[in-house]
Design a binder for this molecule. Structure first.
Ligand code: PLP
Length: 291
């Protein structure tokens, strides 16, 4: 029987996802005080586990959470993967790792840690096959904020995604599928749930993570595979004009993989004849797990 969602705690115990689970005073719920990762299960295997655990570790360190126990997370990921694949052998799933500071009233109890999986949304399948219309939105800060204000946690994947969700709702209300954030100087940053990559000829370019964006595991995997196959990969500042001038612009991420930007601020981006090469490259790159 197909299963809608799977819930597993870090000790590998499987829970009923329809039974209340979190304490009301968990700091994830009260303050978004925690970190998370979202991975893809494809063909029964969770993709890029090592890279996601690296980033979970890094985000946790930035928030002064205890270092995650990698072996334990790997074990729990395998439990979710097996549960999912047994119930839905052919379906892709998102797999979320959630790691919060724990209960406000019981600080000694330590972090709360659990994993969830569920079916990849129709929206994601449509973004992969049809692409996305994108609006650029001002994020309201400069590319040097990450350096000047480390407490802003730029570059950590925290549970505080309320403003990212607001940007996506704003875009939807104005007839767009997705968003590319710009810094206050007009530099391209990232999407609310994706990394921006341009393709021009066989050159891939992405903005530097020092600009205050999340280092993407998909971008890194794609650039490593691309470099080994003879593409040129660059990390460089991009402006709106660079997006328009590129052969193609992509929003890439672990679950949606590669969504082509079909229009930018209503300007229709021409279809590049070799845009399937990039989709194939991303598909190959996520098969590599470097740990
Ligand atoms: N940037 C942001 C803000 C994100 O939320 C995400 C993914 O959710 C990404 C970039 C892409 O990261 P990854 O490729 O590791 O999924």
């Amino acid at each position: 029987m197909a299963v809608a969602q799977i819930l597993v705690t870090l000790d590998g115990t499987v829970h009923d996802p329809d039974v209340p689970f979190l304490h009301a005073d968990d700091l994830a719920a009260l303050r978004g005080d925690g970190v998370f990762e979202t991975l893809l299960i494809r063909s029964g295997r969770t993709r890029k586990v090592g890279a996601h655990l690296d980033r979970l570790e890094r985000s946790a360190a930035m928030m002064e959470l205890p270092a995650p126990d990698r072996a334990q997370w790997r074990g729990a990921i395998e439990v979710v993967e097996k549960q999912w694949s047994r119930a839905n052998p052919d379906a892709e799933a998102w797999l979320r790792l959630v790691y919060s500071r724990g209960r406000e009233s019981v600080p000694d109890a330590g972090p709360t840690a659990y994993l969830m999986a569920g079916p990849v949304a129709d929206r994601v399948a449509a973004a992969r096959s049809e692409g996305v219309s994108v609006v650029t939105l001002d994020r309201g800060f400069s590319t040097d904020l990450a350096d000047r204000a480390p407490w802003q946690l730029l570059g950590a994947k925290t549970l505080s995604y309320a403003t990212n969700m607001a940007a996506l709702r704003y875009a939807a209300a104005n007839g767009f599928d997705d968003v590319i954030y710009l810094s206050s100087e007009g530099s391209v940053l990232e999407g609310p749930r994706s990394t921006v990559v341009t393709v021009t000829g066989t050159t891939l370019t992405t903005p530097p993570s020092e600009a205050g964006i999340l280092p993407g595991t998909t971008q890194r995997a794609v650039f490593e595979t691309a470099a080994s196959e003879g593409w040129t990969t660059r990390t460089d500042a991009l402006g709106r004009a660079d997006l328009i001038a590129a052969d193609s612009v992509w929003l890439i991420s672990s679950v949606a993989l590669a969504a082509r930007v079909t229009s930018l601020n209503r300007y229709i981006m021409p279809v590049s004849p070799n845009h399937h090469d990039f989709v194939d490259l991303v598909d190959r790159a996520i098969c590599v797990d470097r740990e």
